[in-house]
Each structure stands twice: as structure tokens, then as C-alpha cells.
Design a protein around this ligand. Structure first.
Ligand SMILES: [Zn+2]
Ligand SMILES: [Zn+2]
Length: 125
């Protein structure tokens, strides 16, 4: 009797994760590309200007915070620099989770404006 070793499902799972990530990246690249064609490369909050060298710091914000809402006329997009984008999201979170935030901030003494930067880059919010 031979024991046939079944291949681990992990590889398959990794593949699914990779595919999903790639799809998300493609989708992001496409709306980002469109937004960058539609709008001047200027942050909508602090008016900082961008060129090809600094363009990685210019991000596409979704006005209604719904990343799946990508009308081709760009009406749901706003170009924001990383910092203003981060601010925009913390404002939104504050609005949404006002009570929770109040509780959390009492234990948090310092707030770094860059605290969310890494997760933001990872999630590409
Ligand atoms: Zn800005
Ligand atoms: Zn955003």
C-alpha cells in the first residue's frame, strides 16, 4: 500500500491570495492612472505640487470612502498627498467612531501623523 502524499493546499491558497492582491493592484493602478490623467498633480488639501519623481506620494482618495465606486468621470476621486490623505481618513474615522475614538484617545497620549502611513501604504487606501 502506497501512501500518496497530497500536495498541501497552502500553495493553492497562496496563489489565490496573490491573485486577489494582483487584481486589487491592477484595479488601483487603473483608477489611479485615470485620476492622474483627469486631475492636475496637486494635493487637493495642501496644494503641494507633484512631478514624476514625487508622484508616488500622491494618492487617490475616494470621496465617499468606497473604493469600489470608481465612476470614469472622476467624480468620486480626489488627489491627496499621503499626509492629507491620512488626515482625511482619520477625520472620517473620528466621525464614524466618535465614542470609540474618545475612549481610545484617552489612553493614547501622543498622536503621530505618520502612524498610519505604513498600513496605508500596505492597504493602499
Ligand atoms: Zn497634502
Ligand atoms: Zn482615501
Amino acid at each position: 500500500m502506497t501512501l500518496k502524499k497530497t500536495p498541501l493546499n497552502k500553495d493553492k491558497l497562496d496563489q489565490i491570495v496573490t491573485d486577489a492582491r494582483r487584481n486589487q493592484e491592477l484595479r488601483e493602478q487603473s483608477y489611479r492612472g485615470q485620476a492622474l490623467k483627469l486631475y492636475p498633480w496637486v494635493c487637493g488639501r495642501c496644494a503641494r505640487e507633484f512631478d514624476h519623481k514625487t508622484l508616488t506620494e500622491l494618492t487617490v482618495h475616494h470621496k465617499d470612502h468606497n473604493h469600489d465606486n470608481n465612476p470614469s468621470d472622476g467624480s468620486n476621486w480626489e488627489l491627496l498627498c499621503l499626509y492629507c490623505h491620512d488626515n482625511e481618513h482619520s477625520k472620517y474615522e473620528e466621525m464614524r467612531f466618535d465614542t470609540r475614538k474618545a475612549k481610545a484617545s484617552s489612553t493614547m497620549t501622543t498622536h503621530s501623523p505618520f502612524a498610519n502611513l505604513k498600513s496605508m501604504l500596505d492597504n493602499k487606501k
